[in-house]
Design a protein around this ligand. Structure first.
Ligand SMILES: Nc1ncnc2c1ncn2[C@@H]1O[C@H](COP(=O)(O)OP(=O)(O)O)[C@@H](O)[C@H]1O
Ligand SMILES: [Mg+2]
Length: 153
């Protein structure tokens, strides 16, 4: 069983993924680390300050690595994995005021805070996930997460 958790930076992907891993006994996978360890990094996106992942090879690698396992995959790029091999797609979302505070607390510069707030306003990860063929489940991380997870587990 494969769960992916996508969403704007700061909306709570890592926190939620690790909670699911712990409570539901899933293996936690950080997609960036996985990509680096499996030769899937084909460049660096200077603008977004993140690795560019070989999307063509990504899904096969994930499928081979985690066949018959319970994994939760954490990344704002995770919705680029082929929906065919994913059971549940979660999009984390967060109230904008709270998200702004979280990003500022991280020490992000004003421009980067703005960019991420814009992504959240435009619902970018959710829209992209739907375009990829997913039916995302939204989890609001500024509200009671355990309560919302009951609709999944
Ligand atoms: N469910 C939650 N309840 C309270 N605070 C949260 C929750 N999820 C995330 N946060 C806060 O938001 C910050 C960013 O969360 P994180 O999981 O690192 O986001 P992401 O992985 O999407 O960038 C965390 O440091 C934490 O303080
Ligand atoms: Mg994270």
């Amino acid at each position: 069983m494969v769960i992916i958790v996508t969403g704007t930076p700061g909306t709570g992907k890592t926190t939620l993924s690790k909670l699911i891993a712990k409570e539901k006994e899933f293996e936690y996978v950080d997609l960036n680390t996985f990509a680096r360890n499996n030769n899937l990094v084909i460049g660096f996106d200077e603008e977004r300050n993140c690795d560019i992942i070989d999307e063509d090879k990504l899904s096969d690698s994930i499928e081979n690595a985690f066949k018959d396992k319970k994994v939760v995959i954490d990344s704002h790029m995770s919705h680029y994995i082929d929906p065919e091999i994913v059971d549940i797609c979660i999009v984390t979302k967060c109230d904008l005021k709270e998200l702004k505070a979280r990003l500022e607390k991280r020490g992000y510069k004003e421009e980067k805070v703005r960019e991420n707030l814009d992504s959240e306003i435009f619902d970018t990860c959710n829209v992209e996930a739907i375009e990829e063929g997913y039916k995302p489940i939204i989890i609001w991380t500024d509200k009671n997460v355990d309560e919302q997870l009951k609709s999944i587990f």
